[in-house]
Design a protein around this ligand. Structure first.
Ligand SMILES: *Cc1c(COP(=O)(O)O)cnc(C)c1O
Length: 435
C-alpha cells in the first residue's frame, strides 16, 4: 500500500509543492495532504483505505454527491460515443437551455473549460462591448487566476490596483480598481471619479473565497444601479454559487426577488458536474459581441466537450427542488452543531452563512466578517488543529479557513451524524490552539 506520506514525497519531486493547485498542499493547516482514490455519495476514501465524510465536494461541483448513478450513467454513455469531436454537438444546446430555463437573464451562453476562463472572457467582453478599460473588483473576491483579476488593493479608496502575484505587471493590475467588499461609499466614490472609464464591476454573487461573506442588503443592487447609470457592465460571478445556492444560483435568492439582472453571469463548478466545464452567459445584446458574431475573441479546443456536457446536463436535470431543500436543511443542522460545539468549548467565532454555503471565522466580533480586512484579522491559527481533529475523526474539511464547507444531496443522516460526533473534540482543539 502506498501511504499518503509516500505519495506526497514522490509528488513533491515532480510537481511544485507536490500539487496542481496550491491549497491542496495543506500549507495553512500543516501536515500531509490526503490523497483520495475514490468517492461514493458523501464519502471519500484515501490511498490508505480510510473513509471520510467529504465536505469539500471537489470544491463545489459535487452537488449530488460522488458517483451519482444518473450522472455516472450519462458520462458512460457519452464516453462510449467518443470523447470529443471538436465540432458542434447536441448536448451543448441542451445544457445552454437548462441554464437559461433556470436563469432567464442568461439568454445566450458560451461554454468554456474553467471558471478562470469564464471570468477572463466576461471581462474582455465587457471591455469590448463598452470600449472602456477599467474593471472594479472587491478585495477577497476570487475570480480565478487571470492577470488583471489578480490585483490587490492599494492603500486608500480610489487607488488603482497593485499586482496580486509575481508575474502580474503593474500595467495589468493598474486597470483594475480594488475596493473593500460591502463598501458602498467607496463604490460611489470610484464611479464619481472614474465612471466614464469603467467597463465593468465584477463581484462574487455572494463571496465565498474569503470564507463566506454575505452582501449587505442592497449592495448588489447598488452595483447594478451604478453600472447601469454609467454604462458599465455588471459581471455576477456565480462560479461557486451557480446552481448551488438555489436552482437559479444566488441570483435566484437576490436579483430574481429584487427585480434586477446582471449583464453577464459566469458559471463553473456545479455546471460541469465534476468535469471541466464553465460558462459565460448574459443578454443577447452583450453576448453577440463574441466571435464569430462580434469582434471579441474567444476560442477553445475543448469548450462544449460532449463528456463534460453530459455530466452537466445530467447534474442539472437531477438537481430538483428537493435536492436544494435537502442540502439547505443539512447545512442548517451542521452549522448549528458547529456553533454549539464552539460555544461549549468557549471559542469566540462567527458562522458565516448564505443558504447552504457556510464557513467559520474564529475570534471575530459578534456581527461576523463583512470584508477581506476582517477576514484576514481573524484567529486563523485555530483552524489547523480544528481541521486535523476532524480529519482524524474521518471528516474531510476544506484545508483552509477561507474556504466554504460544501454539503451535497448525498449527505444523509449517517454522514451528518459522523460530522456532529466529531465536532466537540475539534472545538476543544480549536480552543487550545495557540498562535
Ligand atoms: C472557483 C472559482 C473561480 C475559478 O474557477 P476555476 O474553474 O477554478 O478556474 C472563479 N470564481 C469563483 C467565484 C470561484 O469560486
Amino acid at each position: 500500500m502506498t501511504t499518503n506520506a509516500q505519495l506526497f514525497e514522490t509528488a513533491q519531486n515532480l510537481m511544485p509543492g507536490g500539487v496542481n493547485s496550491p491549497v491542496r498542499a495543506f500549507g495553512s493547516v500543516g501536515g500531509t495532504p490526503v490523497a483520495m482514490i475514490s468517492g461514493q455519495g458523501p464519502y471519500l476514501t484515501d490511498t490508505e483505505g480510510k473513509e471520510y465524510v467529504d465536505l469539500v465536494g471537489s470544491w463545489g461541483p459535487a452537488l449530488l454527491g460522488h458517483k451519482h448513478p444518473e450522472v455516472t450513467e450519462a458520462v458512460r454513455k457519452a464516453v462510449d460515443a467518443g470523447l470529443g469531436f471538436g465540432t458542434s454537438h447536441p448536448s451543448e444546446a441542451r445544457l445552454a437551455e437548462l441554464v437559461r430555463d433556470r436563469v432567464p437573464g442568461a439568454e445566450m451562453i458560451r461554454m468554456v473549460s474553467t471558471g478562470t476562463e469564464a471570468t477572463m472572457t466576461a471581462v474582455r467582453l465587457a471591455r469590448g462591448a463598452t470600449g472602456k478599460n477599467l474593471v472594479v473588483k472587491f478585495a477577497g473576491c476570487y475570480h480565478g487566476h487571470s492577470d488583471g483579476l489578480l490585483a490587490a488593493a492599494g492603500s486608500g479608496v480610489a487607488t488603482l490596483g497593485l499586482p496580486g502575484s509575481a508575474g502580474v505587471t503593474e500595467a495589468q493590475a493598474s486597470e483594475t480598481i480594488v475596493l473593500e467588499y460591502n463598501d458602498r461609499s467607496g463604490l460611489e466614490t470610484v464611479f464619481n471619479e472614474h465612471g466614464e472609464n469603467i467597463a465593468a464591476v465584477i463581484t462574487e454573487a455572494t463571496p465565498a473565497n474569503m470564507g463566506v461573506v454575505p452582501p449587505e442588503p442592497g449592495f448588489n443592487q447598488l452595483i447594478r444601479d451604478l453600472t447601469s447609470k454609467y454604462g458599465a457592465k455588471m459581471i455576477f460571478d456565480e462560479v461557486m454559487t451557480g446552481f448551488r445556492i438555489t436552482e437559479a444560483g444566488y441570483w435566484g435568492a437576490s436579483g430574481r426577488q429584487e427585480g434586477w439582472t446582471p449583464d453577464l453571469f459566469t458559471f463553473g463548478k456545479v455546471i460541469g458536474g465534476g468535469l471541466p466545464t464553465a460558462a459565460v452567459a448574459g443578454s443577447r445584446e452583450v453576448m453577440e459581441h463574441l466571435a464569430p458574431t462580434g469582434p471579441v475573441y474567444h476560442a477553445g479546443t475543448l469548450p462544449g466537450n460532449p463528456v463534460a456536457m453530459a455530466a452537466g446536463v445530467a447534474t442539472l436535470e437531477a438537481a430538483t427542488a428537493e435536492v436544494y431543500e435537502h442540502i439547505d436543511s443539512k447545512a442548517e443542522v451542521v452549522a448549528e452543531a458547529l456553533t454549539a460545539a464552539l460555544n461549549d468549548a468557549g471559542v469566540e467565532h462567527s458562522i458565516q452563512k448564505v443558504g447552504s454555503l457556510f464557513s467559520v471565522a474564529f475570534g471575530t466580533s459578534a456581527t461576523g466578517v463583512h470584508n477581506y480586512t476582517e477576514a484576514q484579522s481573524q484567529e486563523s491559527f485555530r483552524y489547523g488543529p480544528f481541521f486535523h481533529a476532524m480529519l482524524d475523526a474521518g471528516v474531510y474539511l476544506p484545508p483552509s479557513v477561507f474556504e466554504a464547507w460544501f454539503l451535497s444531496a448525498a449527505h444523509d443522516d449517517a454522514a451528518v451524524d459522523r460530522i456532529l460526533q466529531a465536532l466537540p473534540a475539534a472545538a476543544r482543539a480549536a480552543a487550545e490552539a495557540t498562535a
